[in-house]
Design a protein around this ligand. Structure first.
Ligand SMILES: CC(C)(COP(=O)(O)OP(=O)(O)OC[C@H]1O[C@@H](n2cnc3c(N)ncnc32)[C@H](O)[C@@H]1OP(=O)(O)O)[C@@H](O)C(=O)NCCC(=O)NCCSC(=O)C(=O)O
Length: 362
């Protein structure tokens, strides 16, 4: 049995943030009815790489029903109102205030259906000088400062996936599950608001405290700003390997068993993480010399033997062929599409998800 079987979720949603959340609810067995504007969720047009359909849309809308409703017309409003009378959850990410303006204010809806849990996603929350602003992922990545700590020294960078949207959707998902647990005890619905800015600001706690404590983080590319050695090294045969030394004990092991210089492990200039970060260039040079003497196979063999954490540096071809990539296959209007399965495995069983819906008028 799936956890949310028997529950109905109405999703007035678009793009990534809310659809990520409602996809998880559908995965858990809820009936999710997605309301699309007459021309459809604009994420249907983001690309055409998944059997001629949008990769975003296919990924984020499996297992949902969909119906297009013109919510500015009486028939569309009546259809949504009827759905909401019986619903357990409403999730929405229209521009701030838009759904209430259309006649669907969360507090009013709960008067008719006190068990209703509403979850509204916005860029900047419900109060404050920017509460009315529209928001997209990269805009919040930039506004929050996330881009300023991402990338190499020369320029800031976007995190390569829509991390703010995904983090926001995951936060909304957890909050809705909490509200459902509480409702099981009290019988009362809940009003949840989740702002993209709040979500990523919390994720930025470590660099923010660094800045406020006098250590504004530097952009260090494929390395770690406050731990060393923690970065990429090149083997004799030109392969790139990342290692992560997180404790002084691991450093002593690396020095003795991988670099072959036991005294380096206790040399005061390298013995502590603070000293190694201070002397990062010299630390990396010593580690780099050891890598340069070994082939990829020799280096990874030696690291594994020394119990040092390492990884290779892959691209999407590497992920596609990766022996650890778990996939789920879903039906879609243009045929089956396979993509990475969500991370949580229930009772050892691989997930099975419902199909991706075609655009469907009322
Ligand atoms: C995503 C948005 C920027 C998109 O803005 P807009 O294109 O302006 O669309 P919106 O739907 O929000 O609102 C525009 C108008 O359309 C109206 N509207 C919306 N749906 C309907 C339907 N079904 N029928 C009739 N009218 C509708 C709505 O009432 C507004 O009317 P008027 O009021 O009359 O104008 C914004 O919705 C927003 O900031 N949402 C909150 C944050 C968020 O979730 N961002 C996207 C995350 S995903 C992402 O970032 C990413 O992919 O990247």
């Amino acid at each position: 049995m799936k956890a949310l079987e028997g529950l109905t979720v109405i999703a007035v949603e678009q793009a990534v943030a809310a659809p990520f959340c409602s996809a998880r609810l559908a995965d858990a067995g809820a009936r999710v009815v997605k309301i699309e504007r007459p021309e459809g969720d604009f994420a249907r047009g983001y690309d055409a790489v998944a059997q001629g359909q949008s990769s975003y849309f296919v990924w984020l809308n499996r297992g949902k029903e969909t119906v297009t409703l013109d919510l500015s017309a009486e028939a569309g409003k009546a259809a949504l109102a009827a759905l909401l009378e019986e619903a357990d959850v409403l999730i929405q990410n229209l521009k701030p205030g838009a759904l209430a303006k259309l006649g669907f204010d969360p507090a009013e809806l709960r008067k008719a259906n006190p068990r209703l849990i509403t979850c509204s996603i916005s860029g900047y929350g419900t109060a404050g000088p920017m509460a009315d602003r529209k928001a997209y992922d990269l805009l919040i990545q930039a506004e929050s400062g996330l881009c300023s700590i991402t990338g190499g020294p020369s320029e800031p960078s976007r995190v390569g996936v829509s991390v703010v949207d995904i983090a926001t959707g995951a936060t909304a998902h957890a909050a809705i599950l909490e509200a459902l647990i509480r409702r099981g005890i009290t019988g009362q619905g809940a009003d949840i608001t989740v702002s993209m800015f709040d979500v990523i600001a919390e994720w930025l706690t470590v660099p923010l405290l660094g800045h406020e404590g006098g250590q504004t983080p530097r952009r260090v590319g494929l390395a770690h700003p406050s731990i060393a050695p923690y970065g990429v090294f090149t083997t004799q045969d030109g392969a790139q390997v990342l290692i992560s030394i997180q404790s002084d004990r691991e450093w002593r092991v690396l020095a003795r068993d991988f670099i072959g210089d036991e005294a380096l492990g206790t040399d005061p200039e390298f013995a502590t993480n603070l000293a190694r970060v201070e002397n990062r260039d010299r630390t990396d040079a010593r580690v780099g010399e050891a890598f340069a003497r070994l082939s990829l196979q020799q280096a990874t063999g030696a690291l594994a033997k020394a119990n040092i954490a390492f990884a290779t540096v892959n691209d999407m071809a590497g992920l596609s062929a990766h022996p650890h990539l778990r996939r789920v296959t879903v039906d879609s209007p243009n045929g089956p599409v396979s993509f990475p399965a969500p991370g949580a495995i229930f009772d050892g069983s691989e997930p099975e998800f419902g199909p991706v819906p075609a655009l469907k008028p009322l």
